[in-house]
Design a protein around this ligand. Structure first.
Ligand code: RB5
Length: 143
């Protein structure tokens, strides 16, 4: 699968940040699967967390970014799926470690918690950091 393909999803609380990150991803030549929502009308975050999980488990994409107001609800929903390791991050360091140690396949962000610059730090680390494997793989298998 293309390393330059990614999915993105949000509820209304994360919609504005989703649109910003989507534009950045496209400018970096990523093929982006936008799973919604598509405007700021109120929706229920679990639908978008599950949609992301199903896209990854179904093989459409390997990685995704999910956003709600806090990042909490949408990450809880996504993490109910066995194939998902969604990491709720508030710094670039957290996002880097989520890749190096946890092989996170979903980055979760809280649009009411962090600003655009921090979201960009998180996204860049998430996209560009490799999993270290080894002892970390053993630990992931115990999840
Ligand atoms: C929506 O108001 C808000 O509850 C949601 O975006 C999220 O923060 C839930 O965890």
């Amino acid at each position: 699968m293309s390393q330059n393909k990614i999915a993105i999803a949000s509820d209304h609380g994360g919609f504005a940040l989703k649109q910003q990150l989507l534009a950045v991803l496209k400018s970096m030549d990523y093929e982006v699967l936008d799973l919604g929502c598509y405007d700021e009308n109120s929706v229920d975050y679990p639908e978008f967390g599950h949609a992301m999980a199903e896209a990854i488990e179904g093989g459409s994409v390997e990685k995704g970014i999910i956003i709600c107001g806090s990042g909490i609800g949408i990450s809880i929903a996504a993490n109910r799926h066995a194939g998902i390791r969604a990491a709720l991050c508030t710094s670039g360091l957290m996002a880097r470690l989520s890749r190096q140690h946890n092989n996170a396949n979903v980055l979760a962000l809280g649009a009411r918690i962090i600003g655009f610059e921090t979201a960009m730090d998180c996204m860049n680390e998430f996209l560009n950091t490799e999993f270290e494997g080894g002892r970390h793989q053993t630990r992931i298998e115990k999840i």
